[in-house]
Design a protein around this ligand. Structure first.
Ligand SMILES: CC(C)(COP(=O)(O)OP(=O)(O)OC[C@H]1O[C@@H](n2cnc3c(N)ncnc32)[C@H](O)[C@@H]1OP(=O)(O)O)[C@@H](O)C(=O)NCCC(=O)NCCS
Length: 172
């Protein structure tokens, strides 16, 4: 689905379309510092494969894919997926592309904007994220905006061939 614009104080969320796939965005996805702890690691990305991913999200009636925008600049992405009214849940994942933008409160603001949108506009009662147990920065960013650790799933992530536990975090 085409995501709606969501305005926040310092960052806003805008729909991510195929024409937004820049070389910079593709570089983020091939940077182990960005994707090592996510499901986007372990594979090589190209402009074509990323455009295919964006198209698949636009065609998916249970997904919203946003650009995170600060001062007019695309600095990362946040995605709601598996939006399921019958179970009352959806999933959230995000990246902030440049190291200089991480650890400055932007990620937690983007999580809060997307989560509040899901809870107030999409008819779900809870939002969940699966986070690598090694991704302390992400766990802290989610905690900061009200997510709680729900359970630990052994070996959920594959960290370059090594199984790593996943932490299922939920905000209701
Ligand atoms: C995870 C991510 C989205 C968080 O966004 P962010 O803008 O860096 O997060 P924030 O600045 O809002 O919050 C970061 C928290 O981690 C802490 N932190 C910062 N650097 C850290 C580090 N190197 N190690 C551990 N914690 C760190 C901050 O102090 C803050 O915690 P606090 O609120 O308890 O003080 C971002 O770091 C990122 O894109 N990482 C790579 C991709 C990724 O892991 N995505 C998550 C998949 S679910």
């Amino acid at each position: 689905m085409l995501a709606p614009v969501v305005e926040g104080e310092c960052v806003s969320l805008h729909p991510l379309r195929t024409e937004d796939v820049s070389q910079r965005y593709v570089r983020w996805l091939n940077d182990p510092r960005v994707v090592a702890h996510t499901m986007a690691g372990n594979v090589e990305h190209s402009a074509e494969s990323v455009r295919d991913y964006v198209r698949a999200n636009l065609d998916d009636p249970a997904a919203y894919l946003w650009r995170i925008v600060r001062c007019g600049e695309h600095i990362g992405n946040v995605r709601l997926s598996n939006i399921d009214i019958s179970s009352g849940r959806c999933e959230l994942a995000l990246i902030i592309g440049e190291a200089s933008d991480r650890g400055r409160g932007i990620g937690s603001q983007a999580i809060a904007l997307a989560t509040d949108h899901a809870l107030s506009m999409l008819g779900v009662r809870s939002v969940w994220a699966m986070i690598s147990a090694r991704n302390e920065q992400s766990i802290r960013a989610f905690r900061r905006v009200g997510y709680e650790e729900n359970k630990r799933i052994a070996g959920y992530f594959n960290h370059y061939g090594e199984p790593v536990d996943g932490i299922w975090m939920v905000r209701a």
